[in-house]
Design a protein around this ligand. Structure first.
Ligand SMILES: [Zn+2]
Length: 488
């Protein structure tokens, strides 16, 4: 398994807000005034899509077509959602205001009957006030009440407001989402308006999913109820050991235990993967999320980190345009010259990352290399990055694995935008795509007890959801090994 190449799972389909959509729909009733009830698109759905964009998933043409408008109930036993009658009408726009009466889930001050309003593109707060029957004078007083309410003047599509309006008394209260974790209430009291902030409790539910791959990981994961975002994260955990572009076979299987973040009965978003298992061509890999003090990371059950000390490829690339080749005919100089690295084709501006922790020993420009960066890692490994459009580090800088050091370009001797990447061990060029990458440091003994205590129940859940996976029992049960037993 040490010879497997890292996969970057680059062909991720377009980000779907599917699970967010399926989860956030509250119990909705039709409302008076003929305004039709609709499920609230919470900001979570938007955020999820935005996250996808940030992560740089570009929808492949064929996948984009099948990723539109999928609203599917989550097939997870622990989750129960009730989809409103018009869940499928979320994209039609015959009314500007989305309003619904929602049953108050908890006993808030006096049984308020909220009118929920979701901001549509192009809407102003004034228009929203008008549509619920409130005047601009009130809006002016609300917005100018204090620093918090001033924020109400800046609304965005997808924001959700709740009004409590009495037919005789008029405006009683307005509730706004200050952020993911707090409500802003503006209430009409006997002496005028008052405002207060109330925490919104986030509820973390631990759920599990599993699947067997028949055509693709993404299809199997979708069937298991996973969002594409979660599938990406799953692939990233095991991407050090499994090349998800080349190594996946029918019959491969996965299982994971992860968190869902809920708030007041509404699904907000997926939380972290707590533990996962991937069986690839008979080899089973397991990973447990654990914070050893530098932020959470994933470790095998024996305490080895899932990640290596080096990224296999220091960028999200489109394709390999030229491989490492000691006897290559050079396309520009037209001479036989060794190609001492790997050329990764990618659009100009694509971030280039430090392959491992280290120190920048050169950051400069010349006519052949263009903008280039060399990094020294420990004593014996140097990585080189050529033809950059931009350099973000200077000679002497310390860099961490994954830190952006520059961007893909075609400066120097290059026919198109690509990264020329070299990997040198003790001064000798090695093939970056096949060189054995050193492991990162394992968990220290002092943390193993905590790690195992946290990991055991998660592994038990994986066994429960994926009972037929071939397990690596020796690896799974370090307790069966004597101290320092090298064969464990
Ligand atoms: Zn090259």
């Amino acid at each position: 398994m040490a010879t497997r190449r890292q996969g970057h799972a680059r062909r991720a389909p377009a980000a779907l807000a599917r699970s967010a959509l399926a989860g956030i729909v509250p119990v909705i009733e039709r409302v008076r005034d003929g305004i039709r009830a609709r499920p609230g698109w919470s900001a979570a759905a938007v955020a999820l899509v935005a996250l996808g964009l940030v992560l740089g998933w570009l929808p492949g043409e064929q996948e984009a077509a099948q990723s539109t408008a999928s609203v599917i109930a989550l097939p997870l036993a622990t989750v129960e959602t009730t989809v409103g009658p018009d869940a499928s009408a979320a994209t039609d726009d015959e009314t500007a205001v989305v309003a619904a009466v929602i049953e108050p889930p908890v006993a808030k001050p006096a049984e308020r009957e909220w009118i929920l309003v979701e901001v549509q593109p192009g809407q102003t707060m004034e228009r929203i006030f008008r549509q619920v029957g409130l005047g601009p004078g009130l809006l002016h007083r609300v917005v100018n009440h204090d620093d918090y309410t001033r924020g109400l003047a800046r609304i965005r599509p997808g924001d959700e407001f709740a009004f409590d309006i009495d037919e005789e008394l008029g405006f009683l209260a307005l509730r706004a989402e200050l952020d993911e974790e707090s409500w802003l209430y503006v209430e009409q009291g006997p002496d005028g308006l008052g405002s207060r902030i109330e925490p919104r409790s986030l509820d973390r539910r631990v759920v599990e999913a599993s699947g067997v791959i028949s055509s693709s990981l993404f299809n199997a994961a979708k069937s298991a109820g996973l969002s594409d975002n979660m599938t990406m994260r799953l692939a990233n955990i095991f991407g050090w050991d499994v090349d998800f572009a080349l190594d996946i076979r029918a019959g491969d299987r996965f299982a994971l235990v992860y968190e869902e973040i809920w708030r007041e009965g509404e699904f907000l978003r997926d939380g972290p993967i707590l533990a996962a298992r991937f069986t690839n061509q008979g080899d089973t890999f397991e990973a447990i999320r654990f914070d050893a003090g530098n932020g959470p990371d994933y470790f095998a059950p024996d305490g080895r980190p899932m990640r290596k000390a080096f990224l296999r490829a220091p960028l999200n690339f489109t394709r390999v345009t030229s491989n490492f080749n000691p006897r290559r005919f050079h396309p520009i100089t037209r001479q036989v010259r060794p190609h001492n690295g790997t050329d990764y084709g990618a659009p100009t501006g694509t971030p280039v990352w430090a392959a491992g922790d280290g120190r920048v020993i050169r950051s400069a420009y010349n006519n052949v290399n263009g903008h280039y960066v060399f990094i020294q890692h420990g004593n014996n490994i140097i990585t080189r990055y050529l033809h950059l459009s931009r350099r973000d580090v200077r000679q002497g800088d310390r860099v961490r694995q994954g830190q952006t050091i520059g961007a893909v370009g075609m400066t120097g001797l290059a026919t198109g935008p690509h990264l020329h990447y070299e990997f040198l061990v003790n001064g000798a060029h090695r093939n970056p795509r096949t060189v054995d990458l050193p492991d990162a440091d394992p968990l220290p003994d002092s943390l193993m007890e905590n790690f195992l205590a946290a990991g055991r129940p998660l592994l038990a859940r994986l066994d429960h959801v994926d009972p037929n996976a071939p397990l690596l029992l020796a690896q799974r049960d370090p307790a069966g090994c004597e101290d320092d037993g090298a064969d464990c």
